[in-house]
Design a protein around this ligand. Structure first.
Ligand code: ZN
Ligand code: ZN
Length: 942
């Protein structure tokens, strides 16, 4: 079998469709992974990288003493499969193959993915022939050429990719860990640092600082409005910017009719057709159509995989001689742009335009297939049209403009009007995406006089430099050698997801800025592009086989160690700096009670809440759910009513949980419990709130005197509110105890929702443990708990609840333990069982048990069972043991029925005793006979 390994499932299918050429093509699924077979050939798609590089085990603990952040620099790495199903299918197929062709994308990343596949194949089939097919477009022509001239895998190119992976892991992991630990941040809140990411962030921060430092300067411009042939014409003063207002005003005042045309200069300008698209120019052009960099790349990859355009990751702006331009033109004549294609064929320039960079890997991005809007949908079709028209433009003739410059004089002041007119549209005819615009002027002749309609002096200000848009930033990254054509847009997306930058155009967040500035101050090599450029240069050397991967990694390690020398020496300063300056990002606004600053506080152990800066003087606080439900952060939204920033809980992999205004949330969640107080009225609630009392707990904690004063009510009424508050609080406590009990005792299961179960129980009237302890299994089942689990939960609820009651009644914890382990859990059992039995099973003295039984039965208002003294019990035991057929176990069983001596046993009803003791009735009757016989014998002896 000949196995073809493609980079993705979609390309595996496309390759099979094209190469099968009408042969029967069958799709198989193996553990969810598709293969496509025709004749002797099978294609399979990877999912990009199917293995991942990571550190050896033992480096996961951030707080470990041995594996410090610095230790990650020299840590050994291993490759771990990330797509196990694909890996095992690939190896299964490879065992049967006699030839394998790697057909991954044709660039460094694709070569590395190919090498990863190569290693997986070699591990199971050391002898199989493995070759490599390289193509820049998934089209019949390209594929046939590639598969008939396969080559070897380029191990140098793959090694460059591997070196980059190792270096990125080493830099990213060690620096991220170091900075996060120094700033005491963990979990959702870590501060990531990266080899390309950090210098890129620094550029955005630097630009922001330039903008802030910018001092605008005023300047003035003079404009004059005239008219020619009924058409309005605007002229501007040739002085340009006046920096002195007085001078500008003098010029304005001198500007007087007559207005005379002093010169008409016309000329011609060549307008060169644009050069072919590389990744960066493509991203810039698609940004003008409103596509973000990441979106533009995603769509382009889709179009590539479906054979509509060539591989979109390329630095090349020169069409290689091998590119079949005529063939492409023939193909795209079948698209909806036939008219434009025909125009270009009829008007083609001698040689296509070319850009500055010529590389040998991929051709510039160009169309490879014909598509319609129906096939692609709106967005993809717009991108397809852009690529197609750009291709046409590079083959179209240059445009020619007629330029016109008119000079005018009014009272000695010179004004000018300029115009431009396309006399030969050239490439503009097929590429409407350029910004060049025509300004067509009416004809002017030297010496003619025109009216002065209006003279206008505009006051303006110099503008700060603009923030980076994504596409501008990508251009700048390319100029500085930061990242690669494949990674630049991903780096920007990462900065956004790390909350280091936001908005469009991009601006840094407070955290983004603080981290950058702290690093700049203490280890500026991490923030500068130089180091990354050096590494990129090393990658190039690996590709050209001038250096080895190991050699480059060793050098990178040394660079990083030098950075750590600086960082570790300044660890405390860096940590304090970042912590101090980012505290602000947790501030929400003014404390409603004292006017201090409310801020989100994160404590160790997942506790988080909102507290006041004037604590302990001001104790106002708002509770938040534990951080495992989401790490609390501030958002930009502000409550209209309370002027506090909104709060959001964020959790990896989960949708954010918006709390909204924390005070609105606080009020709403406490409203219900305040309303549970019997004497609460709307007016009273208003009054309480106006005194900044938000919770029942705050009410219950007040003293009658102070509360009476604050609310202006009699002390008696205040006392009543406090005690009502106390009982509501107790009720709330019991409810939350019940919720916690359910969470602790129900086993977490996939698809199980505690909220759902709790609300079902609530609807059945069960919100407290006492209710739960008295519930029946059927009720728990109807709330969605399985039978077996329901029984268990019920018995645990009983144990916990009755334990609480008994403790309250006064049974000491030590004794309680003995009762529970003997199976006595409910208070009723104390009054239903004979105390002798309780004494028997718990091993406690009859006197102690008697005291307990009296306590419980009095509490329950049930009759206290008759009890016997220890002597009576001991005598009875002796008497019973003397009877044949009675042993210790029998005595214990009999005590359950309240029988402690032979007389009682003799007088009891056998059936009743049997039911209570668990001894069979006929055995009881036999025992009774034995006693009777024994007593008769005794009488005879007398
Ligand atoms: Zn306060
Ligand atoms: Zn609010």
């Amino acid at each position: 079998m000949h196995l073809i390994v493609a980079e993705k499932n979609l390309s595996a299918r496309r390759i099979a469709e094209i190469l099968s050429e009408g042969k029967k093509l069958t799709e198989h699924k193996d553990a969810g992974v598709s293969t496509y077979s025709f004749g002797d050939i099978t294609t399979v798609g990877l999912r990009g990288h199917v293995v991942e590089i990571d550190f050896e085990p033992g480096y996961t603990n951030w707080r470990s003493e041995e594996s410090t952040p610095r230790s990650l620099i020299d840590a050994k790495t291993i490759k771990i499969p990330t797509e196990r199903k694909i890996v095992s299918l690939l190896q299964k197929l490879s065992r049967k193959a006699d030839r394998v062709t790697i057909a991954t994308d044709f660039d460094t990343e694709g070569e590395l993915i190919g090498k990863e596949a190569f290693e997986l194949i070699r591990a199971v089939n050391p002898k199989v022939v493995i070759d490599r097919a390289r193509f820049s477009a998934i089209t019949p022509q390209e594929l046939k050429a590639a598969f008939s001239h396969t080559t070897e895998l380029d191990f140098a190119l793959a090694a460059a990719g591997e070196a980059r992976q190792s270096i990125d892991l080493m830099w990213g992991a060690s620096l991220t860990r170091f900075i996060s630990l120094a700033a005491r941040r963990g979990g959702q809140n870590i501060l990531s640092v990266g080899r390309v990411q950090t210098p890129t962030l620094t550029m955005i921060v630097d630009r922001e600082k330039e903008i802030e430092a910018f001092v605008p300067e005023k300047y003035w411009q003079l404009f004059l409005e005239t008219e020619k042939g009924g058409e309005r014409v605007d002229a501007r003063h040739t002085h340009g910017r006046f920096l002195d207002k007085g001078v500008a005003e003098q010029s304005r005042d001198r500007t007087k009719a007559p207005l005379m045309v002093t010169d008409v200069r016309s000329g011609e300008k060549q307008d060169r057709a644009p050069s072919p698209f590389d990744t960066t120019t493509y991203i810039v052009a698609s940004a003008r159509l409103g596509f973000s960099a990441a979106n533009a790349m995603r769509i382009a990859e889709d179009l590539y995989m479906n054979g509509f355009i060539s591989y979109p990751r390329t630095d090349n702006t020169v069409y290689p001689p091998s590119l079949d331009i005529e063939g492409i033109l023939r193909t795209i004549r079948n698209s909806p742009f036939k008219k434009d294609v025909d125009w270009v064929i009829a008007n083609r320039r001698a040689v296509p335009t070319r850009g500055k960079k010529s590389t040998t890997d991929h051709p510039p991005i160009h169309p490879t297939g014909a598509a319609t809007q129906e096939m692609l949908g709106n967005d993809a079709f717009r991108i397809y049209e852009l690529v197609l028209r750009r291709f046409l433009a590079t083959l179209a003739p240059d445009a020619r403009w007629k330029t016109l410059k008119i000079l005018l004089d009014a009272g000695g002041e010179e004004y000018t009007v300029t115009g431009g007119q396309l006399i030969e549209p050239g490439w503009h005819a097929v590429y409407p995406f350029s910004e060049a615009q025509e300004t067509i002027l009416p004809p002017f002749t030297t010496g003619e006089q025109l009216p002065v309609k209006k003279v206008k002096l505009d006051e303006k200000e110099t503008q700060p430099p603009a923030r980076y848009t994504q596409s501008k930033l990508i251009q700048r990254m390319e100029e500085l050698g930061l990242g690669t054509k494949s990674t630049r847009h991903e780096v920007i997306a990462k900065l956004v997801s790390r909350k280091y930058v936001e908005g469009s155009p991009l601006r840094p967040t407070l955290v983004g800025r603080v981290v950058t500035e702290s690093l700049e101050q203490h280890a500026d090599m991490i923030t500068k592009p130089d180091m990354t450029q050096t590494i990129e240069a090393h990658m190039q050397q690996i590709k050209e086989a001038k250096r080895t991967r190991e050699d480059v990694i060793v050098e990178s390690r040394q660079m990083l160690h030098r950075a750590f020398d600086q960082l570790e020496a300044n660890e405390t300063a860096i940590g304090e700096d970042i912590r101090g300056r980012t505290a602000e990002e947790m501030n929400l606004g003014k404390c409603p009670v004292c006017g201090g600053v409310l801020a989100i506080k994160h404590l160790r152990g997942n506790t988080q809440f909102i507290g006041c800066s004037r604590y302990p003087e001001c104790t106002f606080n708002i509770g938040l759910p534990m951080a495992q439900w989401g790490f609390a952060v501030r958002t930009d939204e502000v409550c209209d009513k309370h002027h506090l920033n909104f709060v959001r809980l964020i959790r990896k992999g989960a949708r954010p949980w918006d709390i909204g205004c924390p005070l609105c949330h606080h009020l709403a969640s406490n409203k219900e419990s305040l309303n549970e107080m019997p004497s609460m009225t709307g007016a009273l609630a208003e009054k309480i709130l106006s005194q900044h009392i938000y919770t029942v707990a705050e009410l219950a904690r007040s003293t009658p005197g102070s509360l009476a004063k604050r609310l202006d009510i009699p002390e008696e009424k205040a006392q009543n509110l406090i005690s009502e508050g106390g009982s509501v609080l107790e009720k709330l406590r019991r409810r939350s105890e019940c919720r916690k009990f359910m969470r602790d005792h129900l086993i977490p299961r996939k698809g199980r929702s505690y909220a759902k179960i709790l609300s079902a129980l609530k609807n059945a009237g069960i919100t407290e443990l006492s209710g739960l302890a008295h519930a029946d299994i059927a009720l728990l089942k109807s709330a969605g708990i399985g039978e077996e689990e329901a029984a268990q939960v019920l018995s645990q609820a009983k144990t916990v609840y009755y334990g609480q009651v008994l403790k309250e009644i006064g049974i000491p914890a030590v004794s309680l333990k003995k009762y529970v382990s003997a199976g006595i859990t409910s208070p009723e059992e104390f009054c239903n069982h004979p105390p002798e039995y309780l004494s028997q099973v718990t091993g406690m003295s009859p006197a102690t048990v008697k005291r307990h039984v009296e306590l419980v039965c009095t509490y329950l208002k049930m009759p206290v069972p008759k009890t016997f003294s220890k002597q009576q019990i001991d005598r009875g035991k002796k008497e019973l043991l003397a009877i044949k057929g009675i042993d210790k176990v029998t005595i214990e069983k009999l005590s359950r029925a309240g029988i402690i001596n032979a007389t009682q046993l003799l007088e009891a009803d056998a059936v009743t005793v049997a039911a209570e003791s668990g001894i069979m009735a006929h055995v009881i009757q036999d025992l009774q006979k034995a006693i009777r016989k024994k007593r008769e014998n005794a009488i005879i002896q007398i």
